[in-house]
Design a protein around this ligand. Sequence first.
Ligand code: SF4
Ligand code: SF4
Length: 184
Amino acid sequence: MTNHSFQTLINSASSQSTQLCFHCHKCTAGCPVVEEMEYGPDQILRLIQMGEKDALLTSHDIWICASCETCGTRCPNEIDIARVMDALREMAIKEGVKVAEIDAVKFHKLFLFVVQNMGRMHEASLLGAHKLWTMNLLADMDAGVKLIAKGKIPIVPHLIKQRGEVKRIFEKVASNPADQKPVE
Ligand code: SF4
Ligand code: SF4
C-alpha cells in the first residue's frame, strides 16, 4: 500500500484531511496524556503522511488517546485528531492487529455494556467491572475512595426510564455484520 492510499483510507474513515497538517505541534502541546505516549498526536499525523501503517496500528498511542478533543480544538487546520485516532483503532481491530493496550479495549467494551444495560453511564459499575476483568484490583484505590467520599461517584446507579430505547440502538448496531469486530 502506498503512502497516499493509506492516508486516503484514514482520511475517508475519519472524514478528515490529514494532509493539511503542517506540524505546528499545537495539538501535542495540549494533549493531557502525551507523557504516556510514544509519538503524540502530531507525530501520529506525520506517520499517516508517511504511510507507516504497521507502526500506527501496533502503536500504544492510538489506545492511550482519551478522545478528549483538546488537540482538534487547538489545531489551526481544524483536523479532528480524535476521529483520526478512532479510524486507526477501527482499522487495527478490523485487520486483527494485536492490540497494544488490551485494558483500554476492555474499558471501551465495559463502557458500552454499562450504557446498554443501564441506559447511561454508572462510573462505579464500570470501574468495579474493569478492575475485576483486568485483575488490577488495587490500582488508583485512593483516588476512587476519595471520589466516592465526596459524592463524585455515586454508588447507586440512577437508571433512566426508557432503557429499552437505548438497548434497541445497540441491537440495531449488532444486527449489522459490518459492525461485528472481534477483539483478542
Ligand atoms: S495542531 Fe494540527 S496542524 Fe498542528 S501539528 Fe497538530 S494536527 Fe498538525
Ligand atoms: S483527543 Fe487524544 S490525542 Fe487529542 S488531546 Fe485528547 S488524548 Fe491527546
